[in-house]
Design a protein around this ligand. Sequence first.
Ligand SMILES: C[S@@+](CC[C@H](N)C(=O)[O-])C[C@H]1O[C@@H](n2cnc3c(N)ncnc32)[C@H](O)[C@@H]1O
Length: 213
Amino acid sequence: MRLFRKKLKQEHKIMLQAERASGALLPEYHRPTEECPHPERWHMYDSMTAEAEVLEFIQTLVMTIKPNLIVETGSFLGASTLWIAKGLKANGFGKVISCEFDPVVFAKAKEKIDASGLGEWIDLRNESSLEMTVDGTIDLFFSDSDTPIRASEIRRFLPQISPNGIILIHDASSHLKVVREAAFALEREGLLSCVFLPTPRGLVVAQKREGRK
Ligand SMILES: C[S@@+](CC[C@H](N)C(=O)[O-])C[C@H]1O[C@@H](n2cnc3c(N)ncnc32)[C@H](O)[C@@H]1O
């Protein structure tokens, strides 16, 4: 009888690799781009989790703008969620709602968050960003789910995002074209003002235009 080996989903493969690496930092290995010709100067835990420097930047941003409500799409193993939560803990208030669509990945993220001692700052949900509902005004929105749906999830949550809030859109490098194009399109439509930070995978720091004073 012929045996078929089930193809591992990318997220599950990287999850297993991340477990084996057990938190070791590697030089970033995404390919050089015109805007970021030396990716090896950055660090990464794995190719799904945001660059280590980006994680630190997000924590600092949380401590800088002191948001009440943060929404993150795409928790993966909860690394960015935990860096956000560290910022919230330093602030002493606020919460992050983070959604992870994949149930296997969600279970692993939940395990990590439960063991972290930071659970009180985190509302982790096994939902899609295209279906999840959130109450209240969002002060910081971190878009980090599946690349083809980023524009849809940003449009979906835009009415709830504060005009004083910040929108972070990860994976917007010129090599990962789809997100960069989505950010340009949202800007052309007059919905967002974007700054493109030249990190290996690209990070857009944006604000919505409607309601700015
Ligand atoms: C790039 S990883 C997130 C990395 C994480 N933010 C970090 O930096 O530690 C993207 C994750 O989004 C999840 N995902 C994909 N589509 C989604 C959706 N519609 N809603 C929520 N999560 C989704 C994937 O399963 C994957 O775990």
